[in-house]
Design a binder for this molecule. Structure first.
Ligand code: GTP
Ligand code: MG
Length: 259
């Protein structure tokens, strides 16, 4: 394994399609790349995963065995995935050398908020791994919406303490101006602060301004990458960050948990 990337983000932000597009992009650049579906509840995925947890875990079976509804069954499925980690690992070890992209469940809390996911990520990575967080592009056009995505990003970061890629996915749905503005908010929190002060959100303004202040003090402000699977854009930046991290170059990982 050259390196692993876990693709996270809120439901419907395009995670599975992103996995598919990134895999295609990497293969077009003459590197091996494999995909692993870690979403037991996926009904349709837009790529052929080399490894698929649905081989071991069936949501309909969990619902009937445990008398659970779909959400309760997803929680049990997340825990059962941990019990299958050796089998997933065995299949990973049989793959050729290459990048491995992991698609995670639609409901962000099932993967990103659960303690067991740390063990899962560690067991399925060879030391170094990265996590991408796909933000909702339309939500991210307003300062308050951007902050809501950033808070979720922070929850994922503080769960895993891994190098993160903050991605404005489905960027084709918003204007070039919206993209530039969001990118500038990420690189300069003062601009986010000023934009937020101008937004008519009086009830919560003070609270959100405090959050931006705390972002400024933290490691949470990184860099925002925009991607679109529809336009096949932005994957060059994602891939170059992956090669930089996994194949050397700059030492980008010293602040993190497992290095
Ligand atoms: N416009 C646009 N639509 C996209 C893009 N990527 C994915 N979609 C669409 O968004 C919808 C959801 O895409 P998925 O890839 O299934 O998203 P997901 O985050 O994996 O969804 P869940 O796993 O159910 O949370 C599908 O209809 C995709 O065709 C994109 O870059 N641009
Ligand atoms: Mg998906």
């Amino acid at each position: 394994m050259i390196g692993s990337l876990f693709v996270t983000g809120p439901a419907g932000t395009g995670k599975s399609t992103f996995c598919s597009s990134l895999k295609n992009y990497i293969q077009l650049n003459d590197a091996e790349c494999f995909t692993v579906n870690l979403d037991p509840g996926a009904e349709y995925i837009p790529y052929e995963p080399e490894i698929d947890v649905r081989e071991w875990i069936s949501l309909p079976e969990i619902m009937s065995d445990y008398s659970l509804g779909p959400n309760g069954a997803q929680v049990v499925a997340s825990d059962l995935m941990l019990e299958r980690v050796d089998e997933i690992r065995k299949q990973l070890d049989e793959l050729d050398e290459g990048y491995v992209i992991f698609d995670t469940p639609g409901q962000i809390e099932l993967f990103s908020f659960r303690q067991g996911s740390i063990q899962l990520v560690d067991a399925l990575s060879d030391g170094k791994s990265m996590i991408s967080f796909l933000a909702d592009s339309v939500l991210s056009t307003t300062p308050s919406g951007f902050i809501s995505q950033k808070m979720l990003f922070g929850s994922v970061f503080y769960r895993f303490f891994k190098p993160m890629l903050f991605v404005l996915n489905k960027s084709d749905l918003i204007t070039g101006e919206d993209i530039s503005r969001a990118v500038s908010w990420e690189s300069d929190p003062d601009l986010l602060y000023d934009a937020l002060r101008d937004e008519k959100q009086n009830m919560v303004k003070e609270y959100l301004l405090e959050i931006v202040r705390s972002f400024k003090e933290s490691e949470l402000m990184t860099r925002l990458y925009s991607t679109s699977s529809t336009e096949m854009s932005g994957f060059d930046d994602i891939y170059s960050q992956m090669t930089l991290f996994f194949l050397g170059g700059e030492d980008t990982d010293t602040a993190y948990r497992d290095e």
